[in-house]
Design a binder for this molecule. Structure first.
Ligand code: PMP
Length: 287
């Protein structure tokens, strides 16, 4: 089935959608994005993603697109047009396409942002069999730029990280800077030791995950102990459990780090419980 996508105000078949070769997203990775998951045909954590999007735009002095107040409606319309029960919606906003290539930001009066949204149908997102088995990761050096709190479309290093993981025969990579784990290539990283959930504190070094915020809130509500601080790969290898969170994987157990088995080598009870709570509670308030 041909997807219907959204480009600058129009709903079009994917093969008819076009953006300029002068678009700064293409030329300079001058763009931001968001990914929102869909369960039961409804959006999970939409308000959180919309809020982070506004922050990303503002941190980069990118003008707000005119359609910003209608984003919820646009997301819902794409879910409807593409008949998505379980899947993902990608939203990309760039600084637009000026007449010529130039490092200097174009005048926002004459160059308006490019807005693109598309869906990815993913039946079985909630019942992902990987969650029963857990995933394996390797550690790699974090070589990204310094403003990882802004969700930009500069995904080359994370993409290279996934390739390093693939070459090593594992599922993903955790990035390490100055001896401490920052995050996964496309997710936040956690360990559990003596029933305490440990995840890196917020800062410019990591993306402020929307799933992270929700999971930590649910963990605290369930009287679980949470510590937001840095940890090393050695500490992670010695932990009782490890897991990741993201909008596309929810809570996903990690059972091996750099060849070392974590805990019993099977998903731990804290990660399993958090996954269950997150999916259940998010479903209740999906829009
Ligand atoms: N860190 C990075 C680097 C990511 O790309 C993502 C996924 N977009 C996350 C963390 C998780 O964020 P979220 O829970 O908002 O999907």
């Amino acid at each position: 089935m041909t997807r219907t996508v959204y480009v600058n105000g129009a709903y079009l078949p994917e093969n008819e959608a076009k953006i300029s070769i002068f678009d700064r997203g293409f030329l300079m990775a001058d763009g931001v994005y968001e990914v929102t998951s869909v369960l039961d045909g409804k959006l999970i954590d939409f308000a959180g993603h919309a809020k982070r999007l506004e922050r990303s735009l503002s941190e980069l002095d990118m003008p707000q697109p005119k359609c910003l107040p209608n984003l919820l409606e646009i997301h819902k319309e794409l879910v409807r047009l593409n008949d998505i029960e379980e899947g993902l919606i990608y939203l990309q906003i760039t600084r637009g396409a000026p007449d010529d290539r130039d490092f200097v930001f174009p005048d926002p009066e004459t160059t308006t942002p490019t807005v693109v949204l598309f869906t990815q149908n993913k039946p079985g997102l909630a019942s992902n069999p990987a969650a029963q088995k857990g995933i394996k990761v390797i550690s790699i050096e974090d070589q990204r730029w310094g403003r990882r709190d802004i969700k930009t479309v500069q995904l080359l290093y994370p993409s290279m990280g996934k390739m390093m993981a693939k070459a090593a025969g594992v599922d993903d990579a955790w990035m390490v800077e100055e001896g401490a784990v920052t995050e996964g290539t496309s997710n936040n990283a956690y360990i559990v030791k003596n029933n305490t959930i440990i995840t890196r504190h917020l800062g410019n070094e990591i993306l402020h995950g929307i799933t992270r915020a929700a999971v930590l809130r649910f963990a605290k509500e369930a009287q679980m102990k949470v510590e937001e601080r840095s940890f090393t790969i050695a500490e992670a290898q010695d932990a009782d459990e490890a897991f990741i969170t993201s909008a596309s994987t929810f809570v996903m157990p990690v059972v091996e780090i750099d060849g070392t088995t974590i805990g019993a080598g099977t998903p731990g009870s804290v990660a399993a419980r958090l996954r269950e709570i997150y999916i259940e509670e998010s479903r209740k308030v999906a829009v």
